[in-house]
Unconditional design. Structure first.
Length: 679
């Protein structure tokens, strides 16, 4: 975190102007500021960029911050901080500059714990250096003001074992904000996210790479992330993007920093500084912790670190732009959600991207991604610069320019969310089920104009998905511009139901009351299964309302089932009978979406004709739960009481997540691993 050399304070003072000695070098010039016309945009874009990775694992999230954050001109006296790394106070770094990574060097000197830029033996520390708790106090005020922000606090330990004093300072200032390790001196879990930290009511993680042997101290600090510790790289080693240090793959949290102090320049080689020219390479290569020196309020390097929104965006032009797209250059733009684009799809938990062949309005993104990839890729948005580069490569391979991103502020203007976090994404997407495992189906499978609509086994492909909009139009999941209509504007019993170009006329307007789909064109007429049939290919028509089963349509709602922080998951996206069910990291994929229908069956979005099933109809503890053809037997019927999924075979037995994340049947005990939440 610094270059430690023995030198008298007087020499430090005499060199503070930056004069070079023989064999030394002149410190880099002060970093430039963002042009005033761009300041407001940059602040907004950086704030949105910090939010976009809230559900991204820490190893892939980005934390821009400061190096030797405490060593600042803001605290300088004639006796202390004579050769600063920073120009602004900790408060300014946090509140105004956007720093979310802070470094504090803590020394046991002058009978106190001080924030000191000194050697291991405390030479260079001053009695006028600030106490540790003062730095923590500034951080506490920021966290209290902004409860939605997460900060990494790196502590360099020169405390000579005075951990009780350090703990007292930390707990008195940050106690309620600290996210602590599960064990002593452990690494941050590779799948931990900022959302997990915030959900626990916490905001700050303490990092100390050395395990110090003090159990109390080690119980509140992390030693690194994953199995990679806390690696640090140098800018000059990257050789730019895409060289990235010979193709080094930064799978863990990697820190880049600079040192602009005079002493480092005069007596050592501090390496290349972080500049507006190289910060984008650092981020594209996968660097995710950045420690700037001399970080200004409107530092142009922070603006250069914006990889997401294009300059001036989002601007909600004409108050009618609520959906995000990736432009040809990879930068984000907000546009009207009704525009036609291809879609950006990601394989969950990876940086593998797929761009669809098909195109349509924003709302059908999840359907297109699922239909073209067998449910293995999700409509998504990049959450880091390196992730964005991967999408750009996928776009180039497809020959695509502008594509939709699963990113929208349709729920609340200015609050941008990954689509599935808000109401806008799948609120209208559904399948209409009739006769148990039979669904309303586009017979052409491609939304051809004039295509007949009939009954068919539910299979979860796009031609069985429909989007009911606020005007009562029912759009095809294959092509948003095709809608269900009464053929030829007919009103007689037996009028065929087919697909036509959407025009909004009354023969395309339907009123859904939770059971029937009534025609706006023909009062008293509803969508009906011909002859109350149940065979594949049975025609769907208009008929007088009579309350029969042939006219009852259930709109499926597919949700995740969450327990112990994970989601019930169909192994390997396989829909074969006997495919195992386990609990896995939640990613929103089709293999983690379930519909609890009116009969109590839990149907998979990948194939709504497949259900959660207790193997062999066993009621023994440990009976395995897998996927099977839906048949409606008691071993497939689940009674949800708001917390537990009880088996109809024996309601004292519930769905249970085992210690190895397998999902099986077990006697009710009320533990967290039996508590299920639909989200």
């Amino acid at each position: 975190m610094k270059f430690s050399i023995g030198i008298l304070a007087a020499l430090m003072l005499s060199l503070s102007a930056g004069t070079a000695l023989a064999g030394g070098s002149t410190p880099p010039p002060p970093p430039p500021s963002t042009p005033s016309a761009d300041v407001a945009w940059a602040k907004t874009a950086l704030a949105l960029q910090r939010q976009i990775d809230v559900r991204t694992p820490f190893k892939d999230a980005t934390f821009l911050g400061t190096h030797n954050s405490y060593n600042s001109q803001a605290y300088q006296t004639i006796f202390s901080y004579l050769d600063p790394n920073q120009s602004n106070s900790l408060s300014t770094q946090l509140f105004d500059s956007g720093a979310r990574f802070i470094e504090l060097d803590v020394h046991n000197a002058y009978n106190d714990l001080l924030l000191c830029h000194g050697q291991d033996n405390h030479v260079g520390c001053s009695a006028f250096d600030r106490p540790f708790w003062k730095g923590l106090e500034e951080l506490r005020k920021f966290l209290t003001r902004y409860p939605e922000e997460v900060v990494l606090l790196y502590i360099e330990d020169h405390m000579d074992g005075k951990y009780n004093d350090a703990l007292s300072d930390i707990l008195s200032q940050l106690g309620s904000h600290i996210y602590t390790p599960a064990g002593n001196c452990t690494n941050i879990a590779t799948n931990l996210t900022k959302a997990d930290v915030l959900a626990a009511g916490k905001q700050v993680l303490l990092l100390d790479p050395g395990c110090d042997g003090n159990s109390a101290w080690d119980s509140i600090v992390f030693s690194g992330i994953g199995s990679g510790g806390f690696p640090t790289e140098q800018v000059e080693d990257l050789n730019g993007f895409p060289a990235c240090n010979g193709g080094a793959n930064y799978e863990n949290m990697v820190r880049f920093y600079e040192d602009r102090t005079n002493l480092s320049s005069l007596f050592s080689d501090p390496g290349d500084p972080l500049t507006t020219s190289n910060i984008d390479d650092v981020l594209k290569c996968g660097g995710n912790i950045v420690g700037f020196d001399m970080l200004g309020k409107d530092d142009a390097r922070m603006t250069a670190a914006i990889w997401s929104w294009a300059p001036g965006e989002p601007n909600n032009y004409n108050s009618n732009e609520d959906c995000g797209e990736s432009r040809g250059d990879g930068r984000f733009n907000d546009v009207n959600c009704a525009n036609t684009r291809q879609y950006a799809c990601r394989k969950p938990g990876t940086k593998q991207w797929y761009v669809t062949n098909g195109a349509g309005p924003w709302i059908t993104g999840e359907l297109y991604c699922s239909a073209e990839t067998g449910g293995q890729f999700l409509f998504d948005v990049p959450t880091s610069a390196s992730d964005n580069e991967a999408l750009k490569s996928a776009k180039a391979a497809r020959g695509a320019g502008t594509v939709w991103l699963n990113y929208q502020d349709a729920d609340t203007e200015g609050t941008w969310l990954v689509g599935h976090e808000g109401k806008a994404a799948k609120s209208a997407q559904t399948i209409f089920q009739n006769k148990g495992s039979k669904c309303m189906d586009d017979s052409s499978a491609r939304a051809a104009a004039g295509a007949n609509v009939h009954l068919w086994d539910c299979h979860g492909k796009a031609n069985q998905f429909w989007l009911l909009d606020s005007d009562g139009l029912i759009h095809s999941g294959v092509n948003y511009n095709r809608c269900l209509e009464a053929a030829g504007w007919g009103t007689a019993n037996g009028t065929n139901i087919q697909l036509g170009n959407c025009h909004g006329g009354d023969n395309q307007v339907w009123i859904y009351d939770g059971q029937t789909l009534a025609s706006a064109l023909a009062p008293g007429k509803v969508i009906d299964v011909s002859g109350n049939g149940s065979s594949n290919g049975t025609n769907i028509q208009l008929w007088s309302a009579n309350g029969s089963q042939a006219q009852r349509w259930t709109a499926a709602k597919f949700l995740s089932i969450k327990s112990v922080g994970k989601c019930l998951d169909v192994s390997g996206y396989n829909t074969g009978n006997g495919t195992n069910i386990h609990a896995s990291t939640c990613h929103g994929g089709d293999n983690q979406k379930w519909w609890h229908d009116e009969r109590g069956l839990l149907r998979s979005l990948m194939h709504p004709g497949k259900c959660l099933d207790v193997e062999g109809k066993s009621t023994s503890n440990g009976a395995n739960i897998h996927l099977w053809d839906c048949h409606g037997g008691d071993n497939q019927v689940w009674i949800y009481d708001g917390t537990f999924l009880r088996s109809k075979m024996n309601q004292s037995k519930v769905v249970d997540v085992s210690g190895d994340d397998n999902v099986h049947l077990w006697g009710y005990h009320g533990g967290a691993n039996q508590q299920m939440k639909f989200e």
